[in-house]
Design a protein around this ligand. Structure first.
Ligand code: GDP
Length: 623
């Protein structure tokens, strides 16, 4: 295996890098379920020397799937951050869940990554979940490499897989390798940058790679793809374009460095191929991660706001000279202390220090900081920008919270989570577990922002809600096995929502004036469907009354009455989403008006309006 010279990947742009950040790659592997993410991760851990026995997904012994339940299911559900060395670089691998029920976890991990490897099944090409993760990667502007896995599988077709990426993902794939053979005849690959052929000997776990001749029947394909690669790269750089038009051959290093820039800036996606199962191509993919994916220093400074109340912009550069800022992206329940996974964006995080949680406004203790490997952890005296570490000692921090220097507070962009769509009732199997159930649910709610629970006021039942049936199954299993509270589970209830389809204007009158102090409130309101901004509340209230028509507490009464009524739904008691309620006008009485009267008038108005506004049921958002 070629060892890259420093100049290849760690271009010296004059910016000092005392912490060696240029040699860090924070990456995630994302894929449609079954494309081979777990197997590929396992191979990576093996080649990077951190596990000594190759685990096989099919017998449930892989290193990242250490959760007992994942082994039983054979799919990766919980993300774990693992550090591994490659070619004098540190790779922090964030294992992302591939199941649609856990999209929030995928989003959360993408948020803290610098680059991603998208794994495809060579037979299936782009699948539905690949589209979802690709959209998410684009949203967070995460540069990506593509790995066409399962080249050994019957029906494997490299060209059509790449075609499906171009067509369905609207990405910019550029093969930097092509496979030699396919299906049972898959033997190796041709590196289009060096124009060398590599043959893998099965039976040596891919350790033995032999350089050889390009097979004659592949020459035409190599020629074609190499030409495309050179053309794409030349378009990215004037000097290379000059050489290209004058037919001067390009050096591998210059191809790599321009391809790196284009990948980091999101314009190109180098394509690799192999078979993780047969140990083919994984080391080359790791070379690709080092060569083409960004280091924390290649990424733009992270943006945030000063506090939850003050949204003046704050920037943190990836340097220890900036004030400390980190984002908690995962909390894992461990005995005796929970592990808080975080990414450090700037400054230093020392073991035994106190940090400020900008979301809660309180200080937290970070008693110890660890770097996590698949099967062991290493205690650090401090973490620097770009590091992905796990800490213990924190108490009140939640997933998505920012930890920072109290003198320089910052709230990094908060992670948005979709609302749960499905619920089941649970009751402890043993009556004595009533209290432990509450404690366990609170703990789970802290770890998983897509999980909520409540006690139904009418029935007294405990209802848990999540993103899908599998999610709930996993949660109830966790309750039993991890938290020691076995439960009986009721039938799933899907959380429907309602919506309105047209605008209506109505009047609401709440007037009672017979003897004594009466009630008096009249409001004119408009209800209409609207599209809330991303992450904003699905209900908007606008006060369009002329100044002074109504006292501010009356307006507050209208707002709260309207919001409550919208939440209660109209057709079947489910919240009505995406409603804007505008208070157009109102009338009050000197003596008989009150905030409560206006709340009541607004309820009457909104009820009336919902009836006329073309109410519909929304399908739950599920697979
Ligand atoms: P994940 O769901 O994306 O994590 O996929 P896994 O790594 O669990 O793999 C799913 C299935 O595909 C397992 O049965 C693997 O043994 C199999 N698999 C993974 N990689 C390959 C490969 O390169 N070739 C073939 N033929 N099968 C593979």
């Amino acid at each position: 295996m070629a060892v890259a010279t420093q100049s290849e990947t760690d271009s010296d742009d004059g910016i000092s890098d005392p912490a060696g950040l240029r040699r860090v790659r924070n990456i995630g592997i994302v894929a449609h379920i079954d494309a081979g993410k777990t197997t590929t991760t396992e191979r990576i851990l093996f080649y990077t020397g951190r596990t000594h026995q190759m685990g096989e997904v099919d017998d449930g012994t892989t290193a990242t799937d250490f959760d007992e339940q994942e082994q039983q299911r054979g799919i990766t559900i919980f993300s774990a951050a693992v550090t591994c060395p490659w070619r004098e670089h540190t790779l922090n691998l964030i294992d992302t869940p591939g199941h649609v029920d856990f999209t929030a976890e995928v989003e959360r991990s993408l948020r803290v990554l610098d680059g991603a490897v998208l794994v495809f099944d060579a037979k299936e090409g782009v699948e539905s979940q690949s589209e979802t993760v690709w959209r998410q990667a684009r949203r967070y502007q995460v540069p990506a490499l593509f790995f066409i896995n399962k080249m050994d599988k019957i029906g494997a077709d490299f060209e059509s897989a790449v075609d499906s990426i171009t067509k369905r993902l609207h990405a910019h794939p550029v093969p930097v390798q092509i496979p030699i053979g396919a299906e049972s005849d898959f033997r190796g690959l041709v590196d289009l940058i060096t124009c060398k052929a590599y043959y893998y000997q099965t039976g040596t776990l891919g350790a033995k790679v032999v350089e050889g001749e390009i097979p004659p029947d592949l020459e035409e394909a190599v020629e074609h793809h190499r030409h495309q690669l050179i053309e794409r790269v030349a378009e990215e750089d004037d000097v290379l374009m000059e050489k290209y038009v004058h037919e001067v051959p390009l050096e591998p290093d210059e191809i790599r460095s321009v391809l790196r820039r284009a990948t980091v800036e999101g314009r190109l996606n180098p394509v690799f191929c192999g078979s993780s199962l047969r140990y083919v191509g994984v080391q080359k993919l790791l070379d690709g991660v080092v060569d083409f994916l960004p280091s924390p220093m290649d990424r733009p400074p992270i943006e945030g706001v000063r506090s939850l109340e003050d949204d003046s912009a704050e920037l943190r550069r990836p340097t220890a000279d900036d004030p400390f800022a980190a984002l908690v992206f995962k909390i894992v329940a461990e005995k005796p202390l929970d592990l808080f996974y975080m990414r450090v964006y700037s400054g230093r995080l020392k073991s035994g220090s106190r940090v400020f949680n900008a979301n809660t406004g309180t200080k937290e203790n970070v008693s110890r900081v660890f770097r996590m490997f698949a099967k062991r952890r290493e205690q650090l005296s401090e973490a620097v920008p770009g590091d992905i570490v796990a800490c213990v000692g924190l108490k009140k921090s939640l997933t998505g919270h920012t930890l920072c220097d109290a003198k320089h507070p910052v709230v990094l962009e908060k992670i948005e989570f979709p609302a749960p769509v499905i619920s089941v009732s649970v009751e402890p199997r043993n009556i004595k577990d009533r209290e432990s159930l509450g404690t366990a649910l609170r703990r789970m709610e802290r770890q998983d922002p897509t999980f909520t629970y409540k006690v139904d006021e009418e029935t007294g039942q405990t209802i848990i809600s999540g993103m899908g049936e599998l999610h709930l199954e996993v949660l109830t299993y966790k309750l039993d096995k991890d938290l020691g509270v076995p439960v009986n589970v009721g039938r799933p209830r899907v959380a429907y929502r309602e919506a309105i389809t047209r605008a209506v204007t109505v009047e609401g009158r709440f007037v009672r004036q017979v003897g004594g102090k009466g009630q008096y409130a009249i409001v004119k309101m408009r209800l209409e469907p609207f599209e809330p901004a991303k992450g904003a509340e699905a209900f908007e209230f606008v006060d369009a009354t002329k100044g002074g028509v109504l006292r501010s507490e009356y307006i507050e009464g209208v707002r709260s009455g309207a919001r409550d009524t919208v939440r209660q739904g109209f057709l079947a008691g489910y919240e009505v989403l995406n409603v804007r309620a505008t208070l157009l006008d109102g009338r009050a009485h000197d003596v008989d008006s009150s905030e409560l009267a206006f709340e009541q008038a607004a309820r009457l108005a909104v009820c009336e309006a919902l009836k006329d506004a073309g109410p519909i049921m929304l399908e739950p958002i599920m697979r």
